[in-house]
Design a protein around this ligand. Sequence first.
Ligand SMILES: CC(C)(COP(=O)(O)OP(=O)(O)OC[C@H]1O[C@@H](n2cnc3c(N)ncnc32)[C@H](O)[C@@H]1OP(=O)(O)O)[C@@H](O)C(=O)NCCC(=O)NCCS
Length: 213
Amino acid sequence: MIALSHDPSGGRLLASLRALREPPVLRAPVVARELRTPRLLLRPYRLTDAADWMRIEADARIRCGLGWPLRTEREALRHLRDRTRHVSLSVPGDLLVLAVERDGHVIGDVSLHLRTTAAETRTAEIGWLQLTSACGHGYATEAARAMLGLAFRELRAAIVTAVIDRTNETSAALAARLGFIAAHETGRRVTVVLTAVSAGIPEVPTARLRQGT
Ligand SMILES: CC(C)(COP(=O)(O)OP(=O)(O)OC[C@H]1O[C@@H](n2cnc3c(N)ncnc32)[C@H](O)[C@@H]1OP(=O)(O)O)[C@@H](O)C(=O)NCCC(=O)NCCS
């Protein structure tokens, strides 16, 4: 038995033991809700999106970019149902997905995967996909910016990452447009990272680092 009342680490030992026992759950889960941008509505998926979703599943560029298999109709509908359930971030591994709607139709989605929850290093990984027929108008950029707002303002992420296949030029271009910079390479993939300041969200309080000390 450790005599915690005489803890020479000044409480750090107790904090470490507590962290081992308690799962790293966010005190306030981030729950999916509608977000509006000048041209788009972002909102959780619904089962009634089936027709639009089947177009997404049939889009070869999306499948190729995400490494998705060609699914049967039944499998694709099950995939949609799973996506309707990814609506909150609480523990590492949780996924939040918002369908991107334009003129009443889903043209793609943006997602956030919660990776770590500690306030100092909280990290989420963003993902995006868009129907080829909707590409080239800046919609994915607009949708991703809205999701980054949620990541930095509501989730209070310290860093947002994206993992991009080296051959995926449109995804790399989108990340660069949003201000992401390359941070790490693992074989076929590049990890890019973004902070609130480089995303142009300066109202998130950030301490000034002293230069040259
Ligand atoms: C990645 C992906 C979402 C990017 O789509 P996109 O159409 O290039 O992105 P946007 O909708 O932001 O459009 C950007 C294009 O519109 C142009 N554009 C027009 N109006 C614009 C505006 N208001 N704002 C920004 N860009 C605008 C840009 O110049 C750019 O054109 P360019 O490619 O000729 O330079 C899409 O290619 C995709 O879904 N790929 C398959 C899935 C995938 O790979 N996901 C990522 C896995 S890591």
